[in-house]
Structures are given as C-alpha cells and as structure tokens.
Write a protein that binds this ligand. Structure first.
Ligand SMILES: NC(=O)c1ccc[n+]([C@@H]2O[C@H](COP(=O)([O-])OP(=O)(O)OC[C@H]3O[C@@H](n4cnc5c(N)ncnc54)[C@H](O)[C@@H]3O)[C@@H](O)[C@H]2O)c1
Length: 695
C-alpha cells in the first residue's frame, strides 16, 4: 500500500446507449439514452476524480454500448489482469478489446475457464487493508469462478449471493471501506450472505443504506482516500459517512442509470489497497458434488424443482449430462454438478435434494455414523429422515432403513450384524447408539411420480360441487373395498367437526360395517359423540333440528362426567349408559381407538391420553401396517399422524380448508388425495357407497 494517488481506468462512453435489455434498469429504455448527456456526465466524473487519482482512459470500441462500464472488464491485482467471462452474450465482444488494452499496459492477462462466468470488479471488491476479496454471485458471476480466483490471487474470497436482479453486480450494493468498514444495501443479499457480512464486520462498522439511496445507486461509489464519489447520497447518508471521516461528492450520472450503471461501474481500480506482504495459498471453502436424477424429470417438473432448490439455497449447478426419455413412458437421466459456498451448505442442499430421489453420482462413500453422547440428543449434523423409503451404505453395502417416518434420525445398533438401521425419534436415542450424520451414503427412493392428473382433479373437488365430490367418493369407495377384500387396514383420524356436521352416524356405520380398523382422535370427538348419544346435541346444538338447545352448552360436560363416573368409555358401553354413536360402535366391534389429549380438552375423558409422548407412541403403533388413512377434519391430528406415516400409505385428507388439504396432500401425487368439502357430506356419501345407507 502506498500514499500516492491510486490509478483508476475509465473507458470513454463514445458508443454508450441502451441498445438491448440485460438488466431490469434497461427495460423500457432501449433507444432512450442520450449519448451527449452521457458524455457530459462522464466528463464531469472524470474531472471530479482527476485531482484525486491518476486516470487511465481506455478508448471505446465501436458498437459496444456498455464498454464504458470498465469495472466489468476484469479484476486487477498487482500485475495480474483477470479478464472477465461475461454471462451475457451482448457484452462478450468487449473482452478482446479489454485484454489487448490491459496487456498493452504491462499487465499479465489471465483467463478463467469459459464456463465460469465472472464479470470483473463489478462482482469482486477487495476489502482495503486486508487480503480479502468480496465476490458476488447468483445473477451474473458464477460461484465456481470464486474458487478459481482464490487459487489465482492467493486471497480469501468471500462469496456473497445477490438476490435482487436490480442489484445484479456486487458493486451496485456493496462498498468495502478501510478500517474494516462496509457500506451496503442488505436487501440485495440472501440471508446466508448477510450473516457472513455480519460475522466479519461488527455492527458499528456496517452502514446499511436505505432503499431510496440504493435505488439511486448510492453504493455504486468510487472511493479515493477519504472522498466518496457517487451519483447520489441522501443527507442522512452523507452525514453518516461524514461521521466516519468521508466527504461525499455527488455527480449526476442518471443517463448511465438507464443502463444500470453509475460511478463505480465507470471505474476500474488498477491498484488495490491490500497489504504488500507475500501471500500464501488459501484454500477455497467452495465445495461441489456430482448428483444424478432419474425419472420423468421434465413432465413432473422434478428437474425444475431440484434446480430451483439448489439456486434458492445459495448453491449453483451445472447440468453435465442430460438424456431425455424419447417416449412418454421412458425416464430421463440428468447428471448435475452442484456447488455451494461451504461444505455445510452443500450438505444442506444435498439433504434437501435426497427426498426428490436425487442420488450421489457414483458415490462409494459409506454413511457416516456418529455416537450419541447425551441420551435423547442427536449429534449436531444428524441426517433428518423423510417419509420416503431410505437406504444407507455401511461397509460398501446398502441397507434398507426400518420403521420409516418423517423427522426422525437413523439409528444403527453397533451390536447387530448385519446392520439393521431404523428410524428413531430423537428423544428415544440411547447413549452410545450410532446415528447417521451428513448425507454421504444415504439414498432415498422417491416413489415414481406419474402424470396421473386424476389426483390433482381430486384436489380441486370443490365444496360447491356435490356432484364432483360424489365422483371422488365413488372412486375412493372402490379402493376401500379392495383394501378390505384383501384384509388390508384402513385407519380413520377424525376431529369433532365430524359430529357437529352430522357425520357421526355415517362414521358409526362405517365402523359397524368393518371398514375401519382403528380410530385416532382427540378428546373432543368422543365427548360430542357421547353428548349426542346421551342428549341429542353436539356442542349444545340439536342436530336433528339444527338449533341450539336451552342449557345445551352444559351437555358435553355432563357427558364427560357420566363417562368419568362409569370409569371409561368401554365401561359406559358395558353399563349401557352409552348405546349408540361412533365410540359405542368402536367398543362393540373391537375397533381400537387412541384419544390423544390437547391443551384444549375439557374433562378430559378417562380414556384420553394426556401424556403426549405416550399419545404419539400409541398413534404410531395404531397406524403400523395401515394401507389407507382417512384424515377427516382435524388439522391437529391429521398433521400429527401424517408426519409419522411412511410413504406408500394412501392418505385421504378431507377438510373444508384448501390450505390444510394442500399441506397434507403434498406428498407426491400418487398416494395422497385431498378433498376440499364438508366432512358431513363426505361421510354421508361414503357410507351410502360402502354400507348402502340411505340419504
Ligand atoms: N371440548 C373439548 O375437549 C375440545 C373441544 C374442541 C377441540 N378439542 C381438542 O382440540 C384439538 C384440536 O381440535 P380439532 O382437531 O377439532 O381442531 P383443528 O383446528 O386442528 O382442526 C379442525 C379442522 O376442521 C376443518 N373443518 C371445519 N369445519 C369443517 C367442515 N364442515 N368440514 C370439513 N372440515 C371442516 C377446519 O378447516 C380444520 O382444519 C383436538 O385434540 C380436540 O380433541 C377439545
């Protein structure tokens, strides 16, 4: 570092104009920028910088309207000129001129691989006083280029992901300043990048600019010594920068703003203010993994979802190979290389891709097993399971994970040979057990997603269309009959709305007919079912007349009291206190029920399990071996049971709220069906089909 004025390159705006659209600023501006005004504004910037810096002017090449934005020509460090690889084809022809110009100035030109987009200092800014380069990616430059830069420059490269297309280059929203300070516009970055900035720069050294300043390119600023030159800075911003000892000089550059550039874009630092000491090689934290996807990748949008997920999580990808199925029944194969700014992020991305059926390409890695050091607590980077069948590799062999469920950990008992990995709830982890950590050696079998759109038609079954629901129920009844014909298990999960809507007697009929093998619910359904059996009301409403009954609000409490006096629901049936209804039929026909308690419960009934851990375990036992689960109008119980159900079990969710149905049906189109309708109507139609009940 030296005290003499820095050298800055500028490129004449001889051919400037907005001639195409490659960023949101250019939209609607084609042909509107005035070259004369631009020339005057450029000259004013030049005059302002002239006393502060040694300026080198690059002549413009004909018909390259953006070439004046010389910051994107490349990045200079010492005698190296790292030439840009433009992502946008419109600017690619600038590269030849830039290379020739900077080589002629004695710089050693280095080139990045063609497939590593890198837009020069526009996306790479040194932190003054430190061997550290902040590098933007996500819009123009590629994450991969950051790894190459680390190797070329021997400086630490911190990748920051840009998420707002208007701030498409790092230098539009970020200004590193001496003494470990930065000026930046936070909304331009993703969460992870913001955390990285915050981790490295303490709050008192970060100056977040307001949106109004950012949109006038206040951050696209050139700093020379203690002067900051920019198109615009509000009084507040100027005052805050003055507090740090900077004088802000504004100069109108709005003609360039039409093309998405301002002061910094028009300047390229030819010297960097980083320590002179020799630098040692630095390892890049960027990691990548080869992944494979098989199946109907295009028509089921699986590939889009996978790629979106990578991008949204701050990773980047390259499709290395894609083989498209030529006929509608032929699967496609894609091989991807996914990169992420850190090992941890890569693992997170891969873990999120596994449930889509994505696999490591040619991976021969075993699963990493870590011991449980505190009972009931998993190692920090444990693998969290999904509903889909999972296999893990141990000593080179794949083993299917047992008791598959969502939100569990995979436990491997060291004493069992051959290994029998199984899903276990975190709270049940014993000391010393080994748990699968990370994503190596884990593969998930995503059930084939077909193009059957009948299921999506189910989803749209609307409350207003009784005929539509009838058709759906008809198909469902056919499926249920087939399950029962082969002695399969159908489990019903239901909420009290079933009783309030008059669906109780239809559910009772289904139980009586042997259609239901277990009932999972809370305290309220049995309370109101028994209230109905004893007093003819549900929540005080006479269901026959649809009117509230005088004093009816006490009925459910009286019902609870009667059962408590009897000792249990079964005892109430045996003592002939309870002679009809859903619970009565369960007792009479030996259909097991689990009543899982909640904070809302009145009473509760003696049968209601108020120990929630035991209630969860009882529900898990009750759904073992289920072929179909009907989730009827209970968000709480439906979501609870849905989470513990492995893939492959047919789920039918009936609710009046589309949001509840969508949440539950979002498990792959084949095995789950959502029906948005009144549960009373649904049960009526179903009982008519299955039990020949009359309306
Ligand atoms: N007196 C009591 O003890 C008492 C009373 C109420 C609830 N609870 C308990 O509170 C917990 C949560 O109760 P929950 O499961 O009823 O509530 P919930 O909010 O979890 O679910 C009710 C669901 O029913 C849907 N719904 C409403 N009207 C409908 C209709 N006509 N047709 C179809 N769907 C309809 C709603 O959209 C909602 O998703 C349960 O454990 C329950 O036992 C206890």
């Amino acid at each position: 570092m030296s005290d003499r004025p820095p050298t800055i390159a500028m490129c004449e705006p001889t051919w400037f104009g907005v001639e195409y659209v490659i960023n949101p600023w250019m939209e609607g501006q084609v042909g509107r920028a005035s070259r004369d005004v631009a020339r005057q504004q450029w000259q004013a910037l030049y005059e302002l910088l002239r006393p502060l810096a040694s300026l080198v002017v690059q002549p413009a090449a004909p018909h390259l309207p953006d070439m004046c934005f010389v910051a994107n020509a490349g990045l200079v460090l010492d005698d190296l000129f790292v030439a840009s690889v433009f992502r946008v084809r419109q600017r690619a022809p600038e590269v030849t001129h830039d290379r020739a110009f900077f080589a002629a100035r004695g710089l050693r030109v280095v080139e990045l691989p063609d497939d590593q987009a890198f837009e020069g200092e526009g996306d790479a800014l040194f932190q003054p006083g430190e061997p550290l380069l902040w590098a933007g990616y996500g819009v123009r430059s590629s994450l991969e280029s950051h790894r190459t830069l680390t190797g070329l420059l021997d400086v630490e490269v911190v990748s920051l992901r840009l998420v707002d297309q208007r701030f498409y280059h790092l230098d539009t929203c970020f200004v590193p300043l001496p003494e470990g300070r930065v000026l930046y516009y936070p909304a331009a970055f993703d969460e992870l990048s913001l955390r990285e900035i915050e981790r490295r720069i303490p709050a008192e050294r970060r100056l977040a600019v307001a949106e109004a300043d950012a949109l006038r390119f206040a951050c696209n600023a050139v700093r020379v010594g203690t002067t900051i030159v920019t198109n615009h800075a509000s009084e507040t911003l100027q005052e805050r920068l003055a507090g740090w000892g900077y004088r802000v000089r504004t100069t109108a550059l709005d003609e360039f703003l039409l093309a998405g550039g301002a002061a910094k874009c028009l300047c390229l630092y030819l010297e960097q203010e980083i320590p002179d000491e020799p630098r040692a090689p630095v390892a890049s934290p960027i990691r990548d993994a080869g992944l494979e996807l098989h199946g109907h990748l295009l028509d089921t949008t699986l590939l889009n979802r996978a790629l979106d997920l990578v991008a949204d999580a701050g990773g980047s990808f390259r499709v290395e190979h894609f083989e498209i199925g030529e006929r509608h029944d032929q699967p496609s194969v894609a091989r991807l290389r996914v990169s992420a700014p850190t090992e941890e992020r890569l693992e997170w991305i891969v873990a999120s891709l596994l449930p889509l059926g994505v696999r490591s390409a040619g991976s021969s890695l075993d699963a990493r097993l870590e011991p449980v050091t505190i009972a009931g607590v998993a190692p920090l980077d444990f693998y969290a399971t999904t509903i889909y069948p999972t296999e893990i590799q141990i000593a080179g062999r794949w083993h299917r994970v047992g008791s598959q469920r969502m939100d569990a950990v995979i436990l491997v008992d060291p004493d069992v040979d051959p290994p029998q990995p199984r899903c276990t709830l975190m709270r049940d982890l014993p000391l010393g057990a080994r748990v699968v950590c990370g994503v190596d050696g884990v593969r998930v079998q995503r059930p084939p997603v077909t193009r059957r759109d009948g299921d999506f038609a189910f989803m749209s079954a609307s409350v207003s269309s009784e005929r539509r629901v009838e058709l759906v129920v008809e198909e469902l009844a056919w499926e249920m009959r087939r399950i029962r014909a082969r002695d399969g298990r159908i489990v019903v999960v239901a909420g009290p709305v079933v009783i309030h809507t008059g669906g109780g007697r239809h559910l009772a009929a289904l139980i009586r007919s042997g259609t239901v093998q277990a009932l999972l619910t809370g305290n309220a359904l049995p309370v109101h079912d028994i209230e109905l059996a004893l007093y003819g009301t549900s929540l005080g409403v006479d269901l026959a007349r649809g009117e509230g009954v005088h004093g009816g609000h006490q009925h459910h409490l009286k019902a609870i009291n009667r059962v408590r006096a009897a000792g249990s629901i079964r005892a109430a049936v045996e003592q002939e206190i309870l002679t009809s209804g859903v619970m009565y039929e369960c007792v009479r026909h030996g259909v097991p029920y689990v009543l899982a308690g909640s904070i809302r419960d009145d009473g509760p009934l003696p049968d209601t399990q108020m120990d929630l851990i035991e209630a969860q375990a009882a529900c898990a036992r009750a759904i073992e071996g289920a072929d179909m689960i009907l989730l009827l109008a209970s968000m709480l119980h439906a979501i609870g049971v849905g989470n513990m159900t492995p893939a492959g079990v047919r789920l039918i969710c009936v609710d009046i709220s589309p949001a509840v149905v969508t949440k539950l049906a979002d498990r792959g189109s084949v095995e789950s069906t959502g029906i948005v309708t009144d549960v009373g109507l649904f049960l009526n139609l179903l009982a008519r089909r299955l039990c020949g009940e009359e309306r």
